[in-house]
Design a protein around this ligand. Structure first.
Ligand code: SAM
Length: 224
């Protein structure tokens, strides 16, 4: 998979990809991440990429021309399955969107700033709009990092044990059961006996039951 991220702040985006699972995925060649500084596509000698909004009002808007130039250059090099604009009024990210995107080959993520991008960018180029929640961030970079992480951890070979992602919360519209590790008794707080019984049938049943209990209690909406 290849992810191209268009941003005015590439430096804000780099660190999440320089550690842990995302770094390992890149090092193993399972995913390529490319950052594109929108200012490199400005035709203005001051590298300007934003302007006042028509009709007046507070806040600058990212201009269509540099975004067009950047996307057109990328598209001249390969086909893209999706051009995603990170935006608070997009479809709220969930596990099923992450699952679906993890099957794609090439994705562009466009990060907005200020008041966002000129609406014509959304009308002409963008194929999917994704929000990471009902709150407003100052830019799309952190949202692009969140979306990338949710996708990349699902790619075959990224997690040491591929079945791990399948047992995470939301995969079956359920919350995950509780997990424990050594010591089995910590200051009198004991691990449920079944987990140390070695009876895998019983353990599986216990996990299903706990997942159901937690989902009914904390996220009954998922069971509908
Ligand atoms: N004026 C926009 C609005 O009211 O919908 C908000 C613009 S916001 C200050 C600047 C940029 O941050 C957006 O263009 C978007 O790329 C990003 N952003 C902010 N909140 C986001 C969210 N919840 N999910 C994804 N991206 C977000």
């Amino acid at each position: 998979m290849r992810i191209d991220i268009i941003t005015v702040l590439p430096e804000l985006l780099k660190s999440p990809f320089e550690a842990s699972i995302l770094k390992r995925a890149i090092d193993k060649g399972l995913v390529e991440i490319h950052f594109h500084n929108l200012r490199d596509y400005s035709s203005n000698r001051y590298k300007q990429v934003d302007d006042y909004q028509f009709g007046g009002g507070a806040g600058m808007v990212l201009m269509i021309e540099p975004i067009d130039k950047c996307i057109s250059k990328l598209r001249s090099q390969r086909d893209y399955d999706e051009i995603i604009y990170l935006t608070p009024d997009g479809t709220t990210l969930n596990q099923s969107i992450a699952n679906e995107l993890s099957l794609k080959q090439n994705i562009i993520m466009l990060c907005g700033h200020y008041k966002g991008v000129d609406q014509r960018v959304r009308d002409v180029f963008v194929t999917k709009e994704v929000s990471i929640g009902d709150y407003v961030l100052s830019g799309g970079e952190l949202a692009a990092a969140v979306l990338s992480d949710a996708i990349i951890r699902l790619l075959p070979g990224v997690l040491n044990d591929e079945t791990s992602a399948l047992t995470d919360t939301f995969q079956d519209d359920m919350l995950a059961p509780p997990v424990y590790t050594r010591p089995a008794d910590y200051k009198g707080n004991k691990v449920p006996e079944v987990l140390t019984s070695g009876n895998f049938g019983k353990i599986e049943k216990w996990r299903e039951q706990k997942a159901m209990e937690r989902t009914s209690k904390l996220r009954p909406d998922l069971l509908k």
